[in-house]
Design a protein around this ligand. Structure first.
Ligand code: CA
Length: 239
C-alpha cells in the first residue's frame, strides 16, 4: 500500500510542507486540508486511506472532525497535538482516533505509525475479502469475524452456526463494537451511540450488556477474546 492516499489536516504551513515532503518520499499520495471544514469535504470526496489530523485547527477542531468522520467512514485516523495532557489522549480515543502523536514528534516516528496503520488496514481488508467470499450474496448485510456472524438484516447473531437470542440493545451494542473493530471505545461514547444522549442509566449499563454479550459470543466468557476490556476507559472489539 505504498501508494496509499493520505489526507493531511494541518494549518501550520511549515509542518504541512515537511509532512507532505516526507510522506511523498515514501511513495504516498498526499492531499491536504488546512481547516476542519475543508478536511470533512476533502475526506468525503477523496476517501483517503488514512488521515493525519491535527487537533488545533481553525473552526472545527480535530476532535470534532474525528467525531464526525467516525460516523461516516472507517478510515484510520492518527491525531497530532501540541498538548501533552493525558486528558487529550483519552478524548482522542473517545472520538475514535486510532493513534496519537504529541508534538514535537520525529518524522521517523510518524512514518512508522503511518506504515503500521496502513498495514493493519490492509490485513483487515484482506480478511474481509476472504470472509465475504464465503457469503457472496449477503456481503453488505453480514459481518463475519471467524465463526461469529452478525446478520444485520435479520438482526441475528451466530457462533459456529448456532443462533443466539440477543436483546435489542445487546445487538446494537455488538454492531457498534464490530463496526469500530480495533478502536478503543469509552463507556460514555458507547452509551451515547447505542443508548442515546437522553439515557441516564449510567455507564454500568454498558458493562452489564458487555457481560451478557460475552456470555453469548465468547468461547470462554471469563477470558474474552472478542470484546476486550481497556482498563479505566472502556472496550475494544477484536473480531
Ligand atoms: Ca494546528
Amino acid at each position: 500500500m505504498s501508494n496509499a492516499k493520505i489526507l493531511l489536516v494541518e494549518d501550520e504551513p511549515s509542518l504541512i510542507e515537511t509532512l507532505d515532503y516526507s510522506l511523498r518520499r515514501q511513495g504516498y499520495e498526499v492531499i491536504t486540508a488546512t481547516d476542519g471544514r475543508k478536511a470533512l469535504g476533502v475526506a468525503r470526496q477523496q476517501q483517503p486511506d488514512l488521515i493525519v489530523l491535527d487537533v488545533m485547527l481553525p473552526g472545527l477542531d480535530g476532535f470534532e472532525v474525528c467525531r464526525i468522520l467516525r460516523q461516516e467512514m472507517n478510515v484510520p485516523i492518527i491525531m497530532l497535538t501540541a498538548r501533552t495532557e493525558e486528558v487529550d489522549k483519552v478524548v482522542g480515543l473517545e472520538v475514535g482516533a486510532d493513534d496519537y502523536l504529541t508534538k514535537p514528534f520525529s518524522m521517523r516516528e510518524l512514518l512508522a505509525r503511518v506504515k503500521a496503520m496502513l498495514r493493519r488496514v490492509r490485513i483487515d481488508r484482506e480478511e474481509a475479502a476472504t470472509n465475504t467470499a464465503t457469503a457472496p450474496n449477503l456481503v453488505t448485510e453480514r459481518m463475519v469475524f471467524g465463526d461469529l456472524v452478525i446478520d444485520l438484516s435479520r438482526r441475528e447473531v451466530t457462533t459456529q452456526g448456532s443462533v443466539h437470542h440477543l436483546k435489542p440493545k445487546e445487538f446494537d451494542l455488538l454492531v457498534f463494537l464490530a463496526r469500530n473493530r480495533g478502536i478503543v471505545l469509552s463507556r460514555d461514547l458507547i452509551l451515547e451511540r447505542v443508548w442515546g444522549w437522553e439515557f441516564d442509566g449510567g455507564s454500568r449499563t454498558v458493562d452489564v450488556h458487555v457481560r451478557w454479550l460475552r456470555e453469548k459470543i465468547e468461547a470462554e466468557p471469563s477470558e474474552p477474546q472478542r470484546i476486550i476490556t481497556v482498563r479505566s476507559i472502556g472496550y475494544r472489539f477484536e473480531g
